[in-house]
Write a new protein. Sequence first.
Length: 321
Amino acid sequence: MPELSRRTLLAGTVAALGAPAASAIAAEPPAGAATAGIYRYKIGSYELTALYDGIWYRPITDKFIRNARFAEVEHALDAAFMPHDRLATPFTTLIVNTGNKLVLIDTGTGGQIAPSAGVLRDNLAAAGIDPKAVDAIVISHFHPDHINGIKDKDNNLIFPNAEIMVPAPEWAYWMDDANMNAASADLKLTFRNQRRIFSDIAKQVTQFEPGNEVAPGIVTLPAAGHTPGHTVFAIHSGDASLLVLSDTAQHPAVFARHPDWQAAFDIDGAAAVATRKKIFDHAAADRMLVTGYHFPFPACGHLIKTASGYEHVPVEWQTTL
Ligand SMILES: [Zn+2]
């Protein structure tokens, strides 16, 4: 029997289908635009809206993982059908409507990271959410892909009526000029960006201690490592709950499957690994619904423990709440 190649398989399929009817090949202009990136679901009585901000293909080198040979990293990227020189880094923010408040968790890129990201505002509009109606912004940590969407590129507030709530240890670390002066040239850019975002709006910013509630049913949990004040969130309503993992792991195909890997962008790699394992063990054991800021859209699902790490199982898309 001849070997079945993809080409012969496709050719065979087309032949089996027969020639298309004339009406089926009428010219229809392509839409030429993407569809809205919105996914809505409920946690108890709270209505959540996952809003896609786009994707960045982060360039990576053989220094990307501090404690693994690059050949192993390439093997993991192959297993996930990913290129070797770029890490797929999608961005998904979350709006929580508690019934009394609209709370936005992290703000996307503000269109200031990559041309392939910055569609949060389009998706807010498609979801019927007015940025002026957002009461509070809660920030997980101060990397630019999480805070730049506070402002547009002209430094205007995108959510003008929102109180901006940030982790106190994150503010303490990044706003310390001694830390900025001691940082590498690359990291100095991160420090400067934070000053651009926060310096003229410091009065609108309030700091929370990780562990405290920032809104009814939204509890903050310390998750240091990726950055010193990195924070995750537990959202509770009725009997239901959701764990918002923030950047506990970036793309799950790489970092859930290989939880011991320390990324070059983690401030404290060993702490990032310990935090990841602790939180993922908890989520897997309790079969919790989780969402990750850099997980493939709509970014929510479950984690199961495997022999060597964890596997992310995405939710089934649903059209009813
Ligand atoms: Zn991030």
